[in-house]
Design a protein around this ligand. Structure first.
Ligand code: ANZ
Ligand code: ZN
Length: 820
């Protein structure tokens, strides 16, 4: 009597893998074979792993196993993104040091990853809060600092007067501190920045070289927000005609210059108050500015929000027609974009139109088109402008107007980016110290490399109080200046945790190197990451910062690749009854409980079976039961079949069989073909597992009809194919049937003779005339059919030298290529 018992099976195989260090890979460059770097985003260790972790590591492990078994040497490492605010806030609430709670959480993750049987190379593990790691984070900071890519400057930040700390934009809700509700104020503070804007163009252009989901690329492009246009100078002579002031604006539509009927400055623009000081407008403008500063940029940029602003009592001259137009301050203009001032064209811009309507300002049409209604944002002929431009298409006029401005010294073509430099300093404790010393005589002095790491001191009072808690650690702060030896103080800000996670994938390649962050030769063997896997919530910041780091480090000669992640896969969420799982809703499925009850294989296989992994999927307890029954059945069938004899050597398809034997052998070949296709550059785990289920059913159905050796072959094949998704049960079943270790076996091949494919004839037409015929698998995709037909000899002859304008596909029947 055989009973599937994951509680026996799983620890047994985990022990084998741990004892034999099965998943460790060597960096020895002389070991032959293709390499593959399969990486799942490192977890943030807080509490215990949740169901999303189980999903993403199940996906990553399936990919890693498939790559290994198809002959690649796979690097599949693990680490922890261990610094950061949540750990620190938790520590402040509970009185526990963040290091303690973080380390305890890391132990939970380690234990559960082992219990899930994830095939990790544990020899390369680290937490980003360990000095042996952050020593090199600091080293990278110094490389950037020395290259001028890390710098300090004053910046307007949001400040909570109660919590005495800088807030991130996301922490400001309706102008109030998200935590205490106090009204947020703006403050000018010195901060550290990384000069990511130097890389804006490459960060946009190189997106074309990587295989990432289109939506992630779009999010990155939008975030960087490259726009091409012109800077145009508007002159103000009101204040003092002898000393006119020039105000450049950035516009993407210089073609609409003749339609500029007013001018708007951002509330933060340093000239706004000086322009009104001592005038009747001063009070109103001051009130308006104070109000505007409490809003987030997102609210201010919202097109639907009613437009507000105040007249400054001043005018500027439009350079193309000499017209004096009124100046306003309004919150829809942002200081951080362009020049912080705009020319307003209410006829062709929606926000300017809303403002002009609200304040009764003139609206002038300067681009014609089919729509009578304004604002008109489309293209068309220039009207109401100047004889030189009227009648030209606006896109042609745009170029001519910029040329004219350039010649007259009143403007020039210009490119603007929405991307800002990366503000990396935090006035918080639980982060990587910035390796800089401030000396009155020498200024900002880098800590010498041989003195790294600058250790984070163990202090007991790490609550924020307007400056970094580190500032109070006098013993730590006071140092000798590395340059002049005089008395100096350490930088007390710590780094944004996104800095830690911007290079961890590089360290994995050479994780135990004590001499350097990495050996470039070793890095060259592994980088770029072949397959990166993680959540779409990291589509912008983490992925952009990591790309920036790699480009900067390449420029500084430390590595040789332009992009860190050749391919990216973003997984969807696991939901419960259609809703996101959350403690407050009480609908959390704990992976630990599922694993305790059904075993890790069921949990992993179920999560991959639930649907395409890129989509959100709803958790179902019945679904888990179903997968558990399937694993039990497969294991039992294998154990029973093993009682009747063993497979000798690698399982091979039987030759010259017929009847039920042939049927089963064909099913096995079909399953091999299906699973292989589903895993080759794809993530169709759900249909792959379904194929293994079908094969198992067939082996069960033909229990009495098929010969025992054919059944053993089919079942061994099923176990072998199941291994990437449910490794313990697959290894166990396979061993019983064959005496062999499934992970050491090559991936099964489908015997072509057994692959019966339904073939259909496809008629190939060029411009409606039949030119050839090809054979295709029934059910072949549109793309496959097109490819076959374009390759057909007589189609190629008739397409030679022509341009394809259209392709019509009638699946299973016909392809017609229309060409000129
Ligand atoms: C005149 C104009 C006429 C504009 C028109 C648009 C349409 P993107 O494409 O996002 O780069 N702008 C410039 N600086 C701004 C700032 N600091 N705050 C708010 N808006 C600003 O947007 C560029 C356009 O956004 C610019 O072109 C400017 O309005 C506005 F029919 O200039 B435009
Ligand atoms: Zn000094």
């Amino acid at each position: 009597e055989h009973r599937y018992d994951p509680k026996l099976i799983e620890p047994r195989w985990q022990q084998v893998w741990a004892d034999e260090r099965t998943w460790e890979v060597s960096n020895d460059p002389d070991i032959p074979g293709e390499r593959s770097y399969v990486l799942v985003m490192l977890p943030y260790p807080s509490g215990e792993p949740h169901i999303g972790h189980l999903k993403v590591y199940s996906v990553g492990d399936a990919v890693a196993h498939f790559h290994r078994r198809t002959g690649r040497r796979v690097l599949n490492p693990m680490g922890y993104d261990a610094f950061g605010l949540p750990a620190e806030n938790h520590a402040i609430q509970t009185g526990q040091h963040p290091r303690e709670s973080t380390d305890r959480s890391i132990e939970q993750f380690q234990r559960q990853f082992r219990e899930w049987g994830v095939s990790i190379d544990w020899s390369r593990e680290f937490g980003t809060h360990e000095p042996r790691y952050y020593r090199w984070t600091q080293w990278i900071f110094l490389q950037l600092f020395n290259a001028g890519l890390a710098y300090r400057k004053e910046a307007a930040v949001k400040w909570c007067p109660v919590d005495q700390t800088v807030l991130a934009n996301e922490q400001v809700v309706d102008g109030r501190c998200e935590r205490c509700g106090a009204e947020v104020v703006a403050r000018q503070l010195e901060q550290w920045f990384f000069r990511i804007t130097d890389y804006a163009d490459r960060l946009v252009d190189d997106l074309d070289t990587i295989e990432w989901p289109a939506n992630v690329k779009t999010m990155q492009r939008n975030w960087i927000g490259r726009s091409e246009g012109a800077e145009v100078v508007f002159r103000c002579e009101d204040v003092d005609p002898d000393h006119p002031i020039d105000y450049p604006v950035f516009t993407t539509r210089p073609d609409t210059l003749f339609g500029a009927t007013f001018f708007v400055m951002a509330p933060e623009h340093p000239d706004v108050m000086p322009l009104v000081e001592g005038t009747e407008h001063e009070g109103a403008v001051r009130d308006y500015i104070n109000h505007a500063l409490t809003e987030s940029n997102e609210e201010r940029a919202d097109t639907d929000k009613p437009k507000t602003g105040v007249f400054l009592g001043r005018h500027v001259i439009n350079p193309v027609n000499g017209e004096a137009i009124p100046m306003h301050v309004a919150d829809y203009v942002l200081m951080e974009y362009g020049t912080g001032a705009i020319m307003a064209v209410p006829g062709h811009d929606e926000r300017d139109h809303a403002f002009a309507t609200a304040y009764n300002l003139p609206i002038r049409r300067v681009v014609g088109g089919h729509h009578d209604e304004l604002p008109y944002t489309g293209d068309g002929p220039i009207v109401n402008s100047h004889a030189e431009f009227d009648g030209l298409h606006n896109r042609d006029a745009l170029i001519k107007i910029v040329d004219w401005l350039d010649r007259e010294g009143k403007g020039h073509a210009s490119v603007n980016y929405r991307l800002r430099d990366w503000l990396i300093s935090r006035q918080r404790y639980w982060g990587c110290p910035i390796p800089i010393v401030r000396c009155d005589a020498c200024g900002l002095v880098p800590v010498p490399e041989e003195d790294l790491p600058v250790r984070l001191p163990d202090i007991s009072d790490y609550a924020p109080r307007g400056r970094s808690p580190l500032a109070a650690a006098e013993d730590w702060v006071n140092v000798d200046c590395p340059s002049c030896g005089g008395r100096a103080r350490r930088e007390t800000d710590t780094m944004d945790t996104f800095v830690d996670s911007s290079w961890y994938f590089l360290r994995y390649c050479d994780a135990s190197n004590d001499e350097a962050a990495w050996d470039p030769a070793i890095l060259a063997e592994w980088m770029p990451v072949d397959q990166y896997i993680g959540g779409v919530e990291h589509a912008i910041l983490h992925l952009l910062y990591a790309r920036f780091f790699v480009k900067a480090l390449k420029d500084l000669g430390h590595l040789g690749v332009d992009e860190p992640f050749a391919k990216l896969f973003t997984q969807g969420m696991i939901t419960k009854d259609g809703a996101k799982m959350s403690k407050s809703k009480g609908n959390v499925v704990s992976p630990q409980r599922i694993v305790e009850r059904y075993g890790a294989d069921t949990a992993r296989a179920y999560i991959l079976f639930i649907g395409p992994p890129e989509h959100d999927a709803d958790w179902s307890d019945e679904g888990v039961e179903g997968v558990h029954r399937f694993l039990s059945r497969l294991w039992r069938l294998c154990a029973e079949a093993a009682d009747t004899g063993r497979v000798e050597g690698e399982p091979r398809a039987p030759l010259d069989v017929e009847g039920a034997d042939l049927q089963l052998a064909r099913k096995a070949a079909w399953a091999v073909d299906k699973v292989t296709g589903d895993l080759s550059g794809r993530f169709a785990f759900n249909t792959a597992i379904a194929a293994v289920m079908e094969l198992t059913n067939e082996a069960s159905r033909l229990r009495d009809e098929a010969a025992p050796d054919v059944r053993r072959f089919a079942l061994a094949t099923a176990a072998s194919l199941l291994f990437p998704f449910a490794p313990h049960v697959a290894a166990d079943a396979y061993e019983r049937l064959t005496g062999r270790r499934v992970w050491e076996e090559p991936w099964p091949d489908a015997d072509p003779a057994l692959l019966e494919r339904d073939v259909v004839q496809i008629v190939c037409q060029v411009n409606g005339k039949v030119r050839d015929r090809v054979e295709a698998a029934s059910g072949a995709s549109r793309e496959e059919l097109l490819e076959l037909c374009r390759a057909a000899p007589n189609v190629r002859v008739h397409l030679d030298g022509k341009e394809v304008v259209k392709e019509v596909v009638v699946p299973g029947k016909l392809v017609n290529v229309v060409a000129r």
